[in-house]
Design a protein around this ligand. Structure first.
Ligand SMILES: [Zn+2]
Ligand SMILES: [Zn+2]
Length: 185
């Protein structure tokens, strides 16, 4: 028997209960595939509440995770913390009472449970996380960015360059370094 996919919740028993019935689930350390070139660096944590409606189920999930990113200023690898809220209604694909397939034509865009009455939260979470991915991410609010001269990150470790007034004692060193950086290698 194969392991269940992450964040798949079987809801057949809930669907057999009257509207208002609910289930609560904890989400701990779930890893899911993300679209494009996004990668999780911290797994999903959070909780999910599912309530029976007369049409299907209402779901309300709060999820935190972290994805791999790059600082927009200094290009360092960073972890981008994510917090998403997913509120949606999911409708059955199969009528739980009759076992017959539901006509999905009326609401083709509705979120659907699987043919086995399972909620695929992984797909919804991946969508929510990709929508929340920031266009600009910084390693820190005050990231100083890169030095235009040497390309290294400005900051405490970056040594200021001699520009206009080159100290004659350093001029020789500077010339030496430029030669050393040539295409000889
Ligand atoms: Zn930065
Ligand atoms: Zn520099």
């Amino acid at each position: 028997m194969t392991a269940p996919a992450p964040l798949t919740f079987p809801l057949a028993s809930l669907l057999a209960e009257p509207p208002g019935s609910e289930r609560r689930y904890e989400i701990h350390g779930a890893t899911i595939p993300l679209p494009d070139d996004m990668h999780l660096v911290e797994p999903l944590e959070g909780d999910l509440r599912v309530s029976r409606t007369n049409r299907g189920v209402l779901l309300d999930a709060r999820i935190t995770a972290a994805i791999a990113g790059t600082c927009s200023r200094c290009l360092r690898d960073i972890e981008i913390p994510m917090a998403v809220r997913i509120r949606d209604e999911a409708l059955p694909s199969v009528d739980v009472a009759t076992g017959h397939a539901v006509d999905k034509a009326d609401e083709p865009d509705a979120t659907r449970l699987s043919d086995h009455h399972e909620l695929d939260l992984a797909t919804l979470a991946a969508e929510a996380i990709s929508l929340e991915e920031p266009i600009v991410a910084l390693c820190e609010e005050a990231c100083p960015g890169l030095c235009v001269e040497c390309g290294l990150r400005l900051g405490p470790d970056h040594v200021a360059h001699e520009t206009e007034d080159i100290d004659p004692r350093l001029a020789a060193l500077k010339g030496f370094r430029v030669d050393g950086d040539g295409d000889s290698g």
